[in-house]
Design a protein around this ligand. Structure first.
Ligand code: HEC
Ligand code: HEC
Length: 148
């Protein structure tokens, strides 16, 4: 039997190799897609920068994204959401009044930079959300211990 005469064999192998739908967050290419689409207008923000419920709110409202329309097709949207949340819970804590959508409002970020620094930047009208202004790097780590 010549192999090219047997398309159903290919289909069978494809089925075996395909990850199950619930393993979507591990799908290769999701990171590259997110870097490409979410790095198009500004610094690419690492998934580690914010909790999953913040990413979910951001991805759910891309058509009105800080005054821009950043919406994507449904398949890409779902892949980006899967990558940014990486299986973590997208349900916010019940006592949370407002879901944060600014990295610069995260406690870890404010600690890393300090109140004095943040106030001075505001006076000097420096846009703190543009990380690349100062770091010149991407893929920073939020947990301290140096820039990745
Ligand atoms: C069409 C341009 C555009 C695209 C594409 C885009 N953004 Fe944005 N994004 C903006 C603008 C404009 C702001 C506001 C920047 C500011 O206030 O300095 C912003 C701000 C943000 C912020 C808040 C940063 C902060 O700490 O203040 C996050 C988080 C963010 N975007 C995530 C994303 C994600 C995730 C994607 C991909 C799904 C994405 N963006 C794609 C234009 C875009
Ligand atoms: C106006 C300049 C400036 C901007 C903009 C800025 N940072 Fe920083 N960042 C600094 C400085 C300076 C430090 C070092 C503070 C220190 O060591 O006391 C720092 C420290 C950090 C650290 C801690 C590094 C470590 O070794 O623990 C992280 C993580 C970080 N920044 C991430 C970000 C991210 C993410 C953004 C964008 C949302 C951002 N920064 C925007 C100036 C900036």
């Amino acid at each position: 039997m010549k192999i090219q005469h047997c398309p159903s064999l290919f289909f069978f192998v494809f089925l075996i190799l395909s990850p199950p739908a619930h393993a979507n967050h591990a799908q290769p290419g999701n990171m590259e897609l997110t870097e490409k689409e979410c790095g198009a207008c500004h610094y690419y923000y690492s998934p580690k920068f914010m909790p999953a419920y913040s990413w979910k709110l951001i991805v759910d409202t891309l058509s009105d994204h800080f005054g821009d329309d950043a919406s994507l097709d449904e398949a890409s949207t779902q892949r980006i959401l899967a990558y940014l949340t990486q299986g973590r819970s997208t349900v916010p804590p019940a006592n949370l009044k407002k879901i944060p959508i600014h990295i610069t409002n995260m406690v870890w970020w404010r600690r890393a930079h300090g109140t004095k620094f943040i106030e001075k930047a505001a006076q000097d009208k420096i846009t703190l959300s543009n990380c690349a202004n100062c770091h010149g790097l991407w893929k920073l780590s939020p947990v301290g211990g140096g820039l990745m």
